[in-house]
Design a protein around this ligand. Structure first.
Ligand code: 2P0
Length: 355
């Protein structure tokens, strides 16, 4: 019978790791940022969310499970995404009476993350990107990833960057309604196929201060942050796009580590201060700096060969090029491989970024 018919779609969305960080909102309701940001999307063979969406007249209420646990979807951000997607579907149905009436049906969403949730590994980015894309697929929307990014951004700011592969910028925009605060592709993954990321899991625990709360405290109290927003990030966005277009690893590396350190300096400058990096994180920084110094001290070799970045948690992401895998990953394995303080898969997993 038609009333029992179940409509279903499935999709993956990858994690993205920012190299120019998003931190601060000018509109907390719409997740409009105070600065533009730029990220590298990891391969969805590695860290990703898989989500299936079903709708049918027999589904009694909207629901979402994540790794088998029921999630609260009554929050304003999830509701904003669902409302917008349903409104757009209703408009399609109003214009074509042959379409099935999906907008009025309840949704059953089932998600699986293959990485620790809320541990500074951008779980909300992959989660909301997958949620928005799977419902857009279910509703057969003819929307581009940039158009979808406007919706995903309302779920979680960084989610807008997980709808594309490769190198992705999120333009902060100037409009009050957020219509121009969207993500766009700077370069596809195959533009720089030998880029690699090593994820060092320092802790898989949930973070102390959520990004949403932390960034609002920073906006309200940090003087350093004003300079970051007005001067530091706009220059770095242009320089980072250039470094990526020119596949200039030295420039990419300098901008990445400096922006991470500037972001964490703003966290420290927040009142009360926020500490996301810990002793293990600082150890990873020193190892990276030592690998680069050692490389540059070798006759005829130019550096750097690796760089690091930290999000709102202690885990390190180390970027390097494939040719230098042994020099970078080999050193990390020899130093931190068996030490306590590094969790996850014995503290290290190599993540490739080409699709
Ligand atoms: C980023 N982070 O650019 C930065 C770097 C954390 C540090 O985006 O409040 O979870 O949901 O918009 O997207 C984390 O913030 O915050 C984040 P909401 P979100 O990746």
């Amino acid at each position: 019978m038609a009333s029992d018919e179940v409509y279903r779609a499935s999709t993956f969305a990858p994690v993205n790791i920012a190299v120019i960080k998003y931190w601060g909102k000018r509109d907390p309701k719409l997740n409009l940022p105070t600065n533009s940001s730029l990220s590298v999307t990891l391969s969805q063979d590695d860290l990703r969310t898989h989500t299936t969406a079903s709708c049918s007249p027999s589904i009694p209420h909207d629901s979402l499970t994540l790794n088998g646990s029921d999630q609260d979807i009554s929050g304003a951000r999830t509701q904003a995404c669902l409302h917008e997607l349903r409104t757009q579907r209703q408009q399609l149905e109003d214009g074509d009476s042959t379409l099935p009436k999906l907008a009025a049906m309840k949704l059953k969403l089932v998600s699986e993350n293959n990485f620790p949730t809320a541990a500074g590994l951008a779980s909300s980015a992959a989660g909301f990107a997958a949620l928005v894309r799977v419902i857009a697929d279910l509703y057969a929307f003819p929307l581009t990833p940039t158009q979808l990014s406007r919706i995903a951004r309302q779920g979680s700011g960084s989610a807008c960057r997980s709808l594309m592969g490769g190198y992705v910028a999120w333009e902060k925009g100037v409009e009050a309604d957020g219509s121009d605060s969207v993500a766009y592709e700077v370069a596809p993954a195959h533009h720089w196929p030998d880029m690699r990321a090593l994820i060092l899991v320092a802790s898989a625990e949930k973070k102390d201060v959520s990004s949403t709360a932390g960034m609002q405290q920073t906006v309200a109290s940090s003087a350093l942050f004003e300079q970051r927003v007005k001067e530091v990030v706009p220059k770095r966005m242009r320089a980072m796009e250039k470094a990526i277009h020119e596949r200039d690893f030295a420039a990419f590396a300098a901008l990445t580590r400096k922006d991470s350190n500037n972001f964490h300096a703003c966290c420290l400058d927040t009142d009360p201060p926020i500490f996301y990096m810990n002793d293990t994180s600082r150890c990873a920084v020193r190892i990276c700096e030592a690998i680069n110094a050692n490389h540059e001290a070798s006759a005829g070799k130019e550096g750097p060969v690796c760089t690091y970045t930290f999000d709102a948690g202690p885990n390190a992401v180390v970027y390097y090029l494939a040719d230098n895998e042994e020099e970078v990953v080999g050193v990390f394995k020899s130093i931190v491989g068996d030490k306590t303080g590094w969790e996850g898969k014995r503290g290290q997993t190599v993540k490739r970024m080409n699709d």
